[in-house]
Design a protein around this ligand. Structure first.
Ligand code: 3SL
Length: 239
């Protein structure tokens, strides 16, 4: 019988050291909103995205003439071209462009995952396409939830749980860690109504306070596109 591969969920970037080096594929997840915005950008025909962790790095790219998105605490950082709303990445002007992005948690998580054989961008918006792609790779997978400032969050965990559930259901995969079991059960409890389930989640409340309800609805609507954004060196490209 063929040996099963592992799929696990890492709740926060802070926990990543425990998983590092044991999984060929790292799926970085930031449902609200970085990885949803990245998927939308590729769905709109953006050529590449350079994810940077700090505002200083973002500024350096801006000075070189790049289009740069920067968000901190849910808001656009003054002086940059746009923030982290998926809608900002759907404009015709961005088609074919190379864009730089820095966000509070998502781009930091992507950079933490660098060094894995493959780093792929996951969200609810590309969920089914990503699951199909992962099953075709047949490699060990860890879902790295971006969380909020190294703290656990519900929406990324639910997305990781959805990936776990689908890979386990294929029979090709097994899980070992309690984080993965917990993520799977959170997904199963929320799958019929993400909006309702996440009503009291901290980040949903944070974005609601900033009048970003349309962004929330968009990011919590699964399977809107088939993009598979993958990190190549320091750039994300749609595979
Ligand atoms: O933390 C991040 O990377 C962002 O997605 C947070 S926000 O949705 O832009 O507030």
């Amino acid at each position: 019988m063929k040996e099963k591969k592992f799929v696990e969920v890492c709740f926060t970037p802070q926990d990543y050291d425990y998983f590092k080096g044991r999984f060929e594929i790292v799926v970085v997840i930031d449902v609200l909103r970085a990885t949803s915005a990245i998927c939308s950008a590729f769905n709109n025909g953006v050529n590449s995205i350079i994810p940077v962790s700090t505002i200083e790095e973002a500024l350096e790219y801006k000075q070189k003439g790049y289009l740069v998105g920067a968000e901190r605490g849910g808001e656009i950082v003054p002086g940059f071209d746009f923030g982290n709303s998926p809608y900002s990445y759907m404009t015709p002007e961005l088609k074919g462009k190379d864009v730089v992005l820095s966000t509070t948690n998502g781009t930091r998580a992507i950079n933490i995952a660098k060094g894995a054989e493959k780093v792929v961008i996951g969200s609810l918006v590309n969920l089914q396409a990503l699951i199909d792609w992962l099953l075709a790779q047949n490699k060990n997978v860890v879902c790295l939830c971006s969380g909020w400032k190294d703290n656990f969050n519900l929406e990324d965990t639910i997305c990781g749980g959805a990936i776990c559930e689908a890979l386990l259901a294929s029979g090709q995969y097994t899980s070992d860690d309690d984080s993965s079991v917990a993520a799977k059960y959170l997904y199963l409890s929320s799958m019929d109504n993400y909006m309702g389930f996440l009503k009291s989640s901290s980040h949903r409340r944070r974005l609601k306070r900033l009048n970003l309800n349309e962004d929330i609805k968009y990011c919590l609507t699964p399977n809107q596109m088939n993009v598979i954004p993958i990190l190549h060196g320091n750039r994300i490209i749609n595979s």
